[in-house]
Design a protein around this ligand. Sequence first.
Ligand SMILES: [Fe+2]
Length: 194
Amino acid sequence: MAFESQRVPEGEARRSRRRGYPSYEEALRLLRSYVSDEKILKHSIACAETAFEMAETIHRRHPELPLDPEKVRVGGLLHDIGKARPGEHELNSVAILREEGIPELADIVLHSYPYEIFLCKGEERPEYLPRSLENKIVVYADFLRDQEARAVGMEERIAGIRARKRGETERMAALKLAEPRLLRLKDEIEALLS
Ligand SMILES: [Fe+2]
């Protein structure tokens, strides 16, 4: 189901086609068509707002940087859509958004630490690292909102993940490997915000 084919007001659909990605309302309908878990929906909405606020601030302070705050907001909303499928949800989110015909968003929703998960399996996949500023903001916003959609710090969120997944040896090794990179990403975004 491509996002264009969903029933939306004509004007809104026209604007979306011109922009290349769905409006927030269209994206929320798309998310709900895949995910019914209220906790995931709440976290996704909170992540979208946090990502949007940061993107707007950075855009205001650094108008020269390639950054579309609304795109970051919609990307933040859809970053966990892959939780609808079994397997690595981070990669599933990218796959679903490509299937839905929204490559612009697929390119900015890779989050968490799939690069290190694959590194632990002996595979180096640099394509699993966030490259654009828009993607990095989505990654950081995800760490600033916990599963209950509460505002937290990145270190607190990482500690929470560690406590929740302590039985998953491989994932924990990947997180340990990813932590310095994630903290560098935080510093990069915080420097642009301040
Ligand atoms: Fe998330």
